[in-house]
Design a protein around this ligand. Structure first.
Ligand code: KG4
Ligand code: ZN
Length: 349
């Protein structure tokens, strides 16, 4: 079965054709980094306009088979920026209507988790880790479509924290890859940064304190984000390395306790930040269960993960009754006795 996947939840437009949920026939992405770089973050209005401009040419580019051969269309309908979602969903609806093809709505976060399953078949249950510009979440994954949210960020997502830290250091947007690069020559233990902890919620995250600690270190105690840097170019490397180490140590600690407490047999990682090789090494060195990372071109937002997951949704439920853009779309939770016990245990920490 051939599924056309459409992604436009934030600042990437993606189309892909995937056979039977796994075999990627095409996967084309138009990033908007050039447009948002000078603002240091995504400007929703600008993102929307670019989506409109590139949707049609990108669709054509992705069509490595005639449109008639596509069995269904899958579109990411949330969570994300409302304007960006509306553009993708309306486009998908128009395409479905004009071609008579079934349409399936796909949750973008579930698709990030699915991306790690496109090239491997790990033993389940798994602990899913979504680490992207908009989301940080730990998810118990019993199977495709069988999830339970274990923890999530209470403020900045991990990628957002990297982007903001990079901006404070005068690095371009998106900041994650620049922090990783700068950190290669720095000492990860030079500054005692720490990721946040939330009382009574051991699997939730908080990265805004880490960002503020970095602000005060690089610009001084009474500084704001516009104040000049008071550290040397050389020391920037240590700041980047220490920041990266603190953010990942905090995340990895929670991944380990979640894996242990829920008896997970593997770990699935997804989202743009999972491209970071320092993170991959830290996790691999400290982990006793197999870890699945997304393959080439599947970490950052893309249409292939939407088509891949869309295939399973279509097989199980057929076309979605109504696909609505929902900026706050939550993952569909599956209840299970083991997890009910766990939820109690987690609160008691
Ligand atoms: O998954 P994604 O494309 O977008 C969302 O769904 O939000 O992730 C984009 C995020 C950005 O915040 C970017 O800075 C971060 O992923 N990122 C990285 C790296 N590559 C991308 N963060 C740290 N290290 C990297 N190598
Ligand atoms: Zn994403």
């Amino acid at each position: 079965m051939l599924i056309l996947g459409i992604e436009s939840t934030c600042d990437e437009t993606g189309f892909a054709i995937v056979r039977d949920g796994k075999e990627i026939l095409s996967n084309v992405v138009a990033t908007q980094e050039d447009l948002h770089e000078r603002y240091g973050g995504v400007v929703p209005e600008i993102a929307c306009r670019r989506h409109v401009d590139v949707l049609m040419p990108l669709l054509k580019k992705s069509l490595c088979v005639p449109l008639e051969e596509i069995d269904a269309i899958a579109v990411a309908n949330g969570p994300g920026l409302i304007g960006a979602l509306l553009i993708g969903v309306n486009f998908a609806q128009g395409l479905a209507l004009s071609t008579g093809k079934p349409l399936v709505g796909v949750n973008h976060i579930e698709a990030h988790l699915y991306s790690a399953l496109m090239e491997s078949e790990p033993e389940l249950p798994a602990l899913g880790v979504v680490m992207s510009g908009g989301h940080t979440a730990l998810v118990y994954v019993e199977g495709v479509g069988k999830y339970r949210l274990i923890g999530q960020t209470q403020d900045d997502a991990i990628g957002e924290a990297f982007d903001k830290a990079a901006k404070l250091l005068g690095l371009p947007y998106p900041g994650g890859p620049h922090i990783e690069e700068l950190a290669k020559e720095g000492d990860p233990h030079r500054y005692p940064f720490k990721g946040g902890r939330i009382k009574g919620r051991p699997y939730d995250f908080s990265f805004s304190g880490l960002k503020t600690a970095l602000l005060y270190l690089v610009k001084g105690q009474n500084a704001n984000k516009h104040s000049p840097l008071i550290i040397s170019e050389e020391d920037k490397k240590n700041v980047a390395a220490s920041f990266q180490h603190a953010a990942f140590s905090n995340l990895i600690e929670k991944i380990h306790s979640g894996t242990r407490e829920l008896a997970c047999k593997s770990i699935l990682v997804g989202g743009g930040v999972s491209q970071n090789l320092y993170f991959r090494r830290l996790l691999e060195e400290s982990c006793s269960v197999p870890i699945c990372f997304p393959g080439e071109g599947l970490c950052l937002d893309n249409g292939a993960m939407i088509a891949g997951l869309g295939y399973h949704i279509f097989l199980e439920h057929g076309a979605s009754e109504c696909v609505k853009a929902d900026p706050r779309l939550r993952i569909k939770e599956h209840t299970d006795a083991v997890l009910n016990d766990f939820a109690g245990a987690a609160c008691a920490h």
